[in-house]
Design a protein around this ligand. Structure first.
Ligand SMILES: [Fe+2]
Ligand SMILES: [Fe+2]
Length: 218
C-alpha cells in the first residue's frame, strides 16, 4: 500500500477547504438564472394584496434559506463521505437542490424581496453539521438526509397549504420542490440510510424552527 506523505495530506485538505470556501461564496452571492425549467414560469403574475405579498415573500425567504442550508449540508457530507459512490450520490442531489435555490431566488425577485441576511450563518452552521454527520459513516450520513428531507417535505406542505391557489407561481415551485425532496429522502433510504435517534431529530427540528422564525423576518 502506498502511504501518502503527511504534507501531501495537509495540502489536499487545504485545497479541499479552499474549494468549499469558493462554493460557499458562489451560493451566498447566487444570482437568479431565469430558466424555462422553473415550475410555473409560464403562469401569469397574479395581483396580490400587499399583505399577502409580504407574507409569501417571508415564506419563500424561508425556503431560499432552506436551500442554502441544503447546499451546505450536502457539500459538507460529500466532503467527508467515506466512499466515492456516496460522495457522487450526495453531489448529484446537491445539483438538484441548486435548481431549488434558483427557483426560490427567482420567486423572491418577482415578489420584490431579498434573501435572508442570515444566510452566511446558516451556511456555515449547516456545513459543520453535514460534515459532523458524515463523520459517523455513510449510513448515518444517509440517515441524516432521510430525516432532513422528511422535515423539509413536511414544512413545504405547510407552506403549500398556506399559500394555496392565491399564488399559483409560488405554489408550483413548492410542489415541485416537495416532489424532489421526497425522492431525495427515498434515494437515501435505498442507499442504506439508518433511522437517527429521536433526540437528534428533536435538535434538528429545534434548529429548523429557529431558522424559519428568523428567515421569515430578516
Ligand atoms: Fe431542496
Ligand atoms: Fe432535497
Amino acid at each position: 500500500m502506498k502511504i501518502k506523505p503527511i504534507k501531501a495530506n495537509h495540502e489536499s485538505f487545504i485545497n479541499q477547504l479552499m474549494t468549499e470556501f469558493d462554493h460557499m461564496l458562489k451560493v451566498l452571492s447566487h444570482q437568479t438564472k431565469n430558466s424555462k425549467d422553473t415550475p410555473g414560469i409560464d403562469l401569469p403574475q397574479m395581483k396580490l394584496p400587499e399583505q399577502k405579498v409580504k407574507h409569501t415573500a417571508g415564506l419563500m425567504r424561508i425556503n431560499h434559506t432552506g436551500e442554502v442550508c441544503a447546499q451546505a449540508l450536502y457539500n459538507g457530507q460529500a466532503m467527508m463521505a467515506k466512499d466515492e459512490k456516496t460522495k457522487n450520490h450526495l453531489l448529484k442531489a446537491a445539483e438538484e437542490e441548486h435548481n431549488h435555490l434558483n427557483w426560490c431566488q427567482s420567486r423572491l425577485d418577482e415578489l420584490g424581496a431579498e434573501p435572508s441576511i442570515t444566510n452566511p450563518f446558516w451556511y456555515l452552521h449547516s456545513f459543520a453539521i453535514g460534515s459532523f454527520a458524515a463523520f459517523f459513516g455513510d449510513a448515518v450520513s444517509y440517515g441524516f438526509v432521510i430525516e432532513t428531507e422528511r422535515q423539509v417535505e413536511s414544512h413545504l406542505q405547510e407552506h403549500i397549504d398556506d399559500i394555496g391557489e392565491d399564488d399559483p407561481k409560488s405554489l408550483k415551485i413548492l410542489q415541485q420542490m416537495q416532489t424532489d425532496e421526497i425522492r431525495h429522502g427515498n434515494d437515501a433510504k435505498n442507499a442504506g440510510g439508518v433511522e437517527l435517534p429521536e433526540p437528534v431529530k428533536w435538535v434538528m427540528t429545534g434548529m429548523s424552527k429557529i431558522m424559519k422564525f428568523v428567515s421569515y423576518r430578516i
